[in-house]
Design a protein around this ligand. Structure first.
Ligand SMILES: Cc1ncc(COP(=O)(O)O)c(C=O)c1O
Length: 363
């Protein structure tokens, strides 16, 4: 029994549906479903269970990979940042994990390790993002060293796009440059290749290569570049809900909330909803951020507190009451829109739901 009304509903069929869309966008590629950060905040095992139809999973650490192995997932599991320390290598090999190698120190660890097992390695190439990866010039020598090593490696080549989700001319030019650089660096090698995250997959379909690596798309969030038909087809997986716990009228000139941040310009009906930054609702969401109450779009007013927010329900005061259902994001109100108000991105909001919020699965 959960007494507090704040709850996150996880729509399991929506995950399967979004995976099917990812597959339809890259029908000739394998799909590595990115489930790191606890399945973008939705629960890693819960998410993986729905995405068994993917060809593999992408995680950020051995800890996440082992959670999946312990639950019996036999899929390929790729450590997207590779190993953080050399001592992880035997564990990774024993558990048949795929390993990204993005830097020289990781390459040395793997070259000095001795094993009879074949290791799936993914060489990360820096095609312009300048976060992780070998330079394009280094790649032939890295491949040579792996080939000459007594261990057997299944080599894959990958890179990551920095701004495929942005529409500006500069970003589009940059993404095209990254694709070109990946293509020219890898074309001499007959290894499986992977470039696209969700935004790449949605907007640059001709460069899907052998593996695509969607994350956010699987949770129902389309990139702004997404063609409208595909955008509309994605289904949001998380719905964050709570309820109205108080209603009051304030007179013109009165203040609402901490810091007297909001002053009523006219007589206003204010509803208090049991959700706050202690649940992962963004504290920086400003006055004007939309909330759905009884299906009506109303505006947040004043500061977000730890456990509560206040909204202006003047226009709908006759239909909104104590216990009215409030949707903070989900069907009808995109987490992307809320994130934009709070000057952040949907990823951060989804990952940021705190442990006190019960997650309820919708079958
Ligand atoms: C290497 C790599 N591939 C794929 C993804 C998935 O990205 P997205 O959630 O934007 O699809 C990520 C996410 O950060 C990543 O780091």
């Amino acid at each position: 029994m959960f007494y507090r009304p704040a709850k996150a509903y996880i729509n399991l069929p929506a995950l399967r549906h979004n995976l099917a869309i990812a597959k339809s966008l890259a029908p000739n590629s394998k799909v590595l479903a990115v489930v790191k950060a606890n399945g973008y905040g939705h629960g890693i095992c819960r998410v993986a269970q729905q995405l068994v139809g993917a060809d593999g999973f992408g995680v950020a650490s051995i800890d996440e990979a082992l959670l999946l192995r312990q639950k019996g997932f036999l899929h390929r599991i790729l450590l997207l940042e590779g190993l953080f320390s050399e001592i992880e290598l035997p564990l990774a090999v024993q558990n048949r994990l795929d390993i990204v190698i993005h830097s020289r120190h990781q390459l040395q660890w793997i070259l000095h390790y001795q094993t009879a097992s074949v290791i799936n390695v993914w060489l990360k190439i820096d095609t312009g993002m300048h976060r992780l990866g070998f330079s394009t010039e280094e790649i032939p020598s890295v491949i040579q060293q792996l080939k000459q090593n007594p261990n057997s490696f299944n080599i894959h080549l990958m890179s990551h796009l920095a701004s495929a989700d942005e529409l500006t001319v500069t970003s589009v030019e940059f993404t095209k440059k990254q694709i070109k650089s990946f293509n020219s660096t890898t074309k001499a090698f007959d290894f499986p290749k992977s470039l696209h995250n969700s935004a790449g997959l949605q907007s640059y379909g001709s460069a899907c290569y052998d593996w695509v690596r969607p994350g956010i798309l699987l949770y129902g969030i389309g990139s702004i570049n997404t063609p409208f038909d595909k955008q509309a087809q994605l289904k949001p997986v998380m719905r964050l809900e709570s309820a109205v716990i108080a209603v009051r009228w304030v007179e013109a000139g009165e203040f609402v909330g901490y810091g007297n941040d909001w002053q009523a310009p006219k007589r206003t009906c204010v509803a208090v909803i049991a959700i706050g930054y202690g649940d992962g609702y963004p504290r920086l969401a400003p006055t004007g951020t939309p909330v759905l109450v009884e299906g009506k779009r109303v505006s947040l007013i004043g500061r977000v507190s730890m456990d509560m927010i206040t909204v202006d329900i003047t226009e709908h005061h006759e239909s909104i009451h104590i216990d009215s259902l409030a949707t903070l994001w989900g069907e009808g109100l995109s987490v992307d829109e809320v994130a934009a108000y709070a000057n952040t991105i949907s990823y951060e909001l989804l990952c940021g739901i705190t442990s006190r919020v019960p997650m309820i699965e919708i079958q």
